[in-house]
Design a protein around this ligand. Structure first.
Ligand SMILES: [Zn+2]
Length: 308
């Protein structure tokens, strides 16, 4: 089962009566029902946000009282979770903004950056991932790994890791595990991963960028496709004897990998990659437009949160 199913607000619905006292057996309200009560909302924090909560509030719904009609951001922070850690808030199952106000009786679900879950149909609070997005590609995804590196994403790739080692490395290094193998995602220890559907490497790269909303984060030719180290500019004179003469004559700017020494220039590969990124971005834009239209249609005049 895809974990995206967990997006559905699964926290138990709080019976409205339990919030303010159940009727007693004879039908009368219990005497402890407060005469002047503060509004309350039910909160549930997901994934690693739980680490920021006291143990009794982790991975469960709890009720919290507040004064007035505060912004949901202020309440989340008062509960110990900095808003910078939050990527998505659902209020009564609908995506909300930091500034949306609570009035009492809401169910609030708070999610961190989704590196695994697909939340495209919902508002994201941030235009790009909060944390550095890093990947770990399984042994069958060598071409995808090189492509992701060319797009600037830190991607580890190894052909000699067992399934268990892949999962352990993914967790230890906080890398999103990429694989087409459904069984890999059954490992309980795995926290971040994306199961690919496409088989063609460029389509796979597109799928990853699309699923994780990473189009804006691509930095073509900033990373060595061979060893994953970052590329740095290098003086043209110093590559004279290290590249073919025709390349030296034709190109002005060169990059080099300080780890493996490979030299890069804006040749055919670069143009193809740039075209690929442009295509990805255009597709992403079109899908966001469709999404925005769908959201507007389903929510009346409510506009989608601006995205970069
Ligand atoms: Zn290198």
């Amino acid at each position: 089962m895809r974990r995206s199913h967990r997006l559905c607000p699964v926290s138990a619905r709080l019976d409205p009566q339990t919030r303010f006292g159940r009727p007693s057996d004879d039908g009368r309200r219990t005497p402890q029902r407060p005469l002047t009560r503060m509004p309350t909302a039910e909160f549930r924090f997901y994934e690693e946000l739980n680490e920021l909560l006291p143990p009794l509030r982790r991975k469960r719904s709890f009720t919290h009282a507040f004064d007035g009609t505060p912004a949901v951001r202020d309440i989340i922070e008062s509960l110990g979770v900095p808003h910078t850690e939050v990527d998505l808030i659902l209020i009564d199952g609908r995506s909300a903004r930091f500034t949306d106000r609570l009035r009492g009786g809401e169910r609030v679900a708070v999610y961190p950056m989704f590196e695994r879950l697909d939340i495209r149909p919902l508002h994201r609070l941030r235009p790009k991932p909060l944390r550095r997005t890093r990947f770990l590609a399984d042994a069958h995804l060598g071409k995808l790994a090189r492509l992701l590196r060319l797009l600037g994403f830190d991607t580890r790739y190894s052909t000699n890791l067992s399934d268990r080692e892949l999962v352990a490395s993914s967790v230890r290094e906080r890398r999103i595990l990429l694989s087409r193998d459904r069984r890999l995602f059954m490992h309980k220890a795995l926290t971040h991963g994306y199961r690919l559907r496409a088989t063609d490497p460029p389509r796979q790269a597109e799928e990853v960028l699309q699923a994780l909303s990473l189009h804006g984060a691509a930095r073509p030719f900033s990373r060595c496709m061979s060893c994953n180290a970052k590329l740095r500019a290098i003086a043209r004179d110093s590559v004279k004897d290290r590249v073919p003469l025709r390349v030296f004559k034709r190109f002005r700017r060169f990059m080099h990998c300080s780890a493996c020494g490979r030299i890069y220039w804006r040749g055919t590969h670069f143009r193809r990659l740039e075209q690929l990124v442009r295509t990805f971005r255009a597709q992403s834009y079109r899908s966001r437009e469709r999404l925005s239209d769908q959201q507007s249609a389903s929510r009346g005049t409510r506009k989608a949160h601006p995205r970069v």
